[in-house]
Design a protein around this ligand. Structure first.
Ligand code: GLU
Length: 464
């Protein structure tokens, strides 16, 4: 049985690097009909918070990276938490002490090491002294393991010092807890960031000291910013939340994270349909640069390629989660608006901006529109003529609207660009919108005429 895990430390929001690690683990588990589990590594009591834990779990759910087991919390699988397993780590540390593979180190109140021993330091504890448990690193030989991407890895033991496995607050260190848990949870493959490569030999030493079988490791090269340092806030938003709030689709983000390292033929795809093709050996052993523009482009592809209902739902969810006003128009109307608007944009945030005037009467005239078109002397005749001619239309169709607008341009002897932009800004407030005739058609005759009249009035009352 193939079993993988994602083991985040709740010391920050879920970073896209973490999300990619989770994705590769999840993909491999799903491909092999194995299990994927979540383990919260909250042994750093100073930096771990419940808020970060909640954010990480919600971000994983939003991405659709579901897990298969864990303690029952209201009928759902909760995560495993290291802070709830302290007795287990102590028991295994004690076993190593009994076998003289680890020992107690006692500190006085000035934090000086005063004693090392194999017996439980009862008498010192009574005096209020603290202790840790340290692992005895073999003094000779080599520690070896096989990495999926990097092949055979070898480290000389003599370069390692004995290291702490149980801290003075009774919590295990990361390197100890991770081994105990991966063993007890029967993890077969450990895929994680390359930043952990230097920890792995210490973990292997612990596996070896228990005579436990090793999982297969894969250390994935890090995601870098454009200056080739690890991607961080200095480069821009890095949390899954950031991308959610800025109107990215979870499927598009997953798609982009998948191709950040995994070389697969197509660029745009649904990860859920590519599970069977996932091949860890096709992950590049080179660092990759996070390209915000590319991600936005991929998001645009998903926005345009998915069934319109799916995008409408994603859009409405987005408005709710960002506390924007949700339009109360008919489903058909919303669908028609989104259909024409999505051709022009790449994110749900941009979709919100461009579709705003279709849903709200309080849309604003862009400054550029007012200066370059609305306040020009010919604007009055363009708008007046448009109102006259459009109100005569019996059939308010895209073709008829187009004919009317082109006629205005020849009648007034003005370029079509001038005429179209003057009308575009009048009905939508903006100069970049979906196709003008389609937009007017979607708005309908009544609202189009109301808006042209309103704009004319606005112009008359405009004080310079
Ligand atoms: N808690 C570690 C981290 O967040 C997990 C590393 C591992 O997967 O072993 O980096």
């Amino acid at each position: 049985m193939i079993r993988l895990r994602f083991a985040p430390s709740p010391t920050g929001f879920l970073h896209v690097g973490g999300a990619r690690t989770a994705l590769f683990n999840w993909l491999y588990a799903r491909k092999n009909n194995g299990s994927f589990i979540i383990r919260i590594e909250d042994t750093d009591t100073q930096r771990s918070t419940k808020e970060y834990e909640k954010n990480i779990l919600e971000a994983l759910k939003w991405l659709g990276l579901t897990w298969d087991e864990g303690p029952d919390i209201n009928g759902e699988f909760g995560p495993y938490r290291q802070s709830e397993r302290l007795d287990i780590y102590k028991k295994y540390a004690q076993q190593l002490v009994n076998e003289k593979k680890a020992y107690y180190v006692i500190f006085d109140d000035k934090n000086n090491e005063i004693q090392k021993q194999y017996t439980y330091p009862e008498e010192y504890i009574e005096k209020g002294y603290s202790f840790v448990i340290k692992f005895s690193v073999p003094k000779e030989g080599k520690t070896k393991f096989y990495d999926f991407l990097k092949g055979e890895m070898e480290f000389e033991n003599k370069y390692f010092d004995d290291f702490i496995i149980i801290k003075s607050n009774g919590y295990p260190t990361y390197n100890f807890a991770v081994v105990i848990d991966d063993h007890l949870m029967k993890i077969t493959h450990v895929f994680r960031g390359e930043d952990h490569l230097s920890n792995t030999p210490k973990q292997i030493m612990i596996y070896n000291s228990f005579n436990w079988e090793l999982p297969i490791f894969m250390h994935i090269p890090l995601i870098l910013g454009d200056d080739r340092t690890p991607l961080s806030k200095r480069h821009g938003g890095t949390s899954v939340n950031f991308f959610k709030e800025n109107g990215f689709l979870s499927d598009a983000l997953l798609n982009y994270l998948a191709i950040l390292g995994w070389s697969v033929e197509e660029e745009v795809f649904n990860v859920f349909e590519k599970i069977k093709e996932f091949e860890p050996s096709k992950i590049s052993n080179k660092s990759v640069v996070f390209d915000y523009k590319k991600l936005e482009w991929i998001n645009g592809q998903h926005l345009r390629n998915k069934p319109i209902r799916e995008i409408v739902n994603a859009f409405l969810d987005y408005l709710k989660s960002e506390n924007y006003i949700v339009p109360n128009h008919t489903e058909d109307y919303i669908e028609n608006v989104i259909k024409i608007c999505r051709e022009k944009i790449n994110t749900l945030q941009q979709l919100f901006d461009i579709s705003y005037p279709f849903f709200h009467e309080d849309y604003k005239y862009e400054e550029n529109y007012v200066k370059k078109f609305l306040l020009k002397p010919e604007a009055t005749s363009i708008l007046t003529l448009a109102i006259d001619e459009l109100s005569k239309l019996e059939l308010f169709s895209i073709e008829e609207i187009e004919k009317v607008l082109r006629n205005i341009s020849s009648k007034l002897n003005l370029g079509t660009k001038k005429v179209f932009q003057t009308i575009r800004g009048a009905v939508l407030g903006k100069l970049v919108t979906p196709g003008l005739f389609e937009s007017m058609y979607v708005l309908g005759k009544k609202r189009t005429l109301e808006r042209l009249n309103k704009t004319l009035l606005f112009r008359e009352n405009y004080e310079i």
